[in-house]
Design a protein around this ligand. Structure first.
Ligand SMILES: Nc1ncnc2c1ncn2[C@@H]1O[C@H](COP(=O)(O)OP(=O)(O)OP(=O)(O)O)[C@@H](O)[C@H]1O
Ligand SMILES: [Mg+2]
Length: 390
C-alpha cells in the first residue's frame, strides 16, 4: 500500500501547467494524508484559471489511480479579483472610461489616424468628454495631427498627464519617446506598452476614449481587448476591392474579440476637386455598403479625398474643427452622431472575459515555458517560444 513518500514521488511527475517544473518542486503540495487506499492531497496554486485546476486534477488522478489510490483533492487558490468596472467579469484596467472605441484597419495608410482625430473632435464638439489614445506604437501620428508635436508631457507622481487639444485629452507613445526615435517592438513589449498607456496615464473620467490602432490584427489589438472592455470597433477602409479583402480580416478580428462593430468608414471615397468643388469617383465609391450588410453593420461615413483633410492632418488643424462647413467636416459630424447613438445602444455590460489568457497570473500569455513568480525571469532571458519577450 502506498505511503506519503510514495505519493509525493508520484506527484513529482506532475508538471504545473505551462511550466517545466513539477508541483512538488514549486512547493505547491501542502499536505498529503493517507488512510488505507484513500488519500487527501492539498495544493496551494497561484492561478485562478479553471483550466489550471482541471488539468492538475486530471493528471494527479491519473498518476495516483495507477498506484491504486483513491484521491480527494483540495485546492487552495487566490480569489478572483473583483472588478469595480463596467465589465461583468472581464478585465478592465481603466474603469474610469465609460466607452472605449477601437479604430482599426486591415492595412496601413487608409486613414485610421485621420478618422480617429476628426471623429474624436466631432464627438467633443457635441459635448462629450473625449480622449484619444494613440496605440500605434510603430508610427504614432496623433501628436502631429492634433497640433501637439514637441509638447512636453507633465508627470504627476509616477503617472503622465494627457495633453489636451480641441477639447480632447490625448496621449501617445510619440509624446513619451524622443522625436524620430524608432523602436523595434516585440510580443511582450507590445503588451506592456499598451497596458501602460492605459494604466499609467492619468486618464480622467471620459465618456469615450478613441484608440488609434497600428494597422493589422496583431498583438496590440489582442492585448487591448484583453485589458479593457471595448464597446465598439470602427473599421476604416478605402473602397478598392483589394482593400476590402483586408477589411474583412479586421472585421473578423472584431468578431473573434467579441467587439461590437459600430460601423465602417469608407475613406478616400471619391475626390473633391479644390477648384470646382465637384465630387468624382477615383477608387470606386460605395463598395463598403455590401460589406456592411455582410457584417450586419452600417457605413458611418463616405469621406472623399479632400486636400484640406490632408493639410489639416499635416499642420495639426483637424478639418472638422477648422472648416466645419466643408463637406467632409459635415460627414464626420454625422458619423460621430451615428457612433454616439450606437454607443448608447450597446449594453453597458460588455465583457472581455471570454478572451482572457489562461496562463497563471504573472505569466505572459505568449509564454509556454516561463518561470513562475518565485523565480522571476532575468530581463535577458527568453521564454524560448520566439515570442520576443526578451
Ligand atoms: N479623406 C482624405 N483626404 C485626403 N487625405 C487623406 C484622407 N484621409 C487620410 N488622408 C491622408 O492620407 C495619409 C494617411 O492617413 P492616416 O495617417 O490617417 O492613415 P493611417 O491608416 O492612420 O496610416 P497608418 O496605418 O500608417 O497609421 C495622411 O497623410 C492623411 O492626411
Ligand atoms: Mg495611423
Amino acid at each position: 500500500m502506498a505511503n506519503v513518500e510514495d505519493i509525493k514521488k508520484e506527484l513529482e511527475n506532475v508538471k504545473y501547467p505551462g511550466f517545466a517544473k513539477s508541483i512538488v518542486e514549486f512547493g505547491f503540495v501542502k499536505d498529503i494524508q493517507v488512510n488505507g487506499t484513500n488519500c487527501l492531497v492539498s495544493l496551494d496554486i497561484t492561478s485562478t484559471a479553471p483550466e489550471v485546476e482541471a488539468q492538475l486534477t486530471k493528471e494527479i488522478n491519473a498518476c495516483l489511480s495507477a498506484i491504486g489510490m483513491n484521491l480527494t483533492l483540495n485546492f487552495n487558490k487566490p480569489q478572483e479579483a473583483k472588478q469595480s468596472s463596467n465589465s461583468v467579469s472581464g478585465k478592465n484596467i481603466a474603469p474610469q472610461i465609460k466607452k472605449i472605441v477601437m479604430v482599426s484597419s486591415g492595412k496601413g495608410g487608409v486613414g485610421k489616424s485621420t478618422t480617429t482625430v476628426n471623429l474624436a473632435v466631432a464627438a467633443a464638439m457635441q459635448g462629450k468628454k473625449v480622449g484619444i489614445l494613440d496605440a500605434d506604437i510603430y508610427g504614432p501620428n496623433i501628436p502631429r495631427m492634433m497640433g501637439l508635436n514637441g509638447k512636453e508631457v507633465e508627470v504627476v507622481g509616477d503617472k503622465a498627464k494627457p495633453l489636451n487639444a480641441y477639447g480632447v485629452d490625448v496621449m501617445s507613445m510619440g509624446m513619451l519617446m524622443e522625436e524620430g526615435q524608432a523602436l523595434i517592438w516585440r510580443g511582450a513589449m507590445i503588451m506592456k506598452a499598451i497596458q501602460q498607456l492605459l494604466r499609467d496615464i492619468l486618464w480622467e473620467e471620459l465618456d469615450i476614449l478613441f484608440i488609434d490602432m497600428p494597422p493589422g490584427t496583431g498583438d496590440a489589438q489582442l492585448t487591448l481587448a484583453q485589458s479593457v472592455p471595448v464597446s465598439a470597433g470602427i473599421n476604416v477602409t478605402t473602397p478598392q476591392h483589394v482593400a476590402l479583402d483586408d477589411s474583412r480580416r479586421s472585421l473578423d478580428m472584431f468578431k473573434k474579440l467579441h467587439i461590437p462593430v459600430a460601423g465602417i468608414v469608407e475613406n478616400m471615397s471619391g475626390f473633391i476637386c479644390p477648384s470646382c468643388n465637384t465630387e468624382s469617383d477615383i477608387f470606386g465609391m460605395g463598395t463598403c455598403e455590401a460589406l456592411a450588410v455582410q457584417y450586419d453593420t452600417q457605413v458611418l461615413a463616405n469621406l472623399p479625398i479632400e486636400p484640406a483633410i490632408r493639410e489639416g492632418g499635416d499642420i495639426g488643424k483637424p478639418i472638422v474643427y477648422f472648416n466645419p462647413e466643408s463637406i467632409s467636416a459635415k460627414r464626420y459630424m454625422i458619423a460621430a452622431d451615428k457612433l454616439i447613438a450606437f454607443l448608447e445602444s450597446v449594453d453597458d455590460n460588455i465583457s472581455n472575459s471570454a478572451i482572457q489568457p489562461t496562463t497563471p497570473p504573472g505569466v505572459s500569455a505568449c509564454s509556454t515555458a516561463a518561470k513562475p513568480k518565485e523565480e522571476p525571469k532575468k530581463s535577458d532571458e527568453s521564454c524560448g517560444t520566439g515570442c520576443g519577450c526578451h
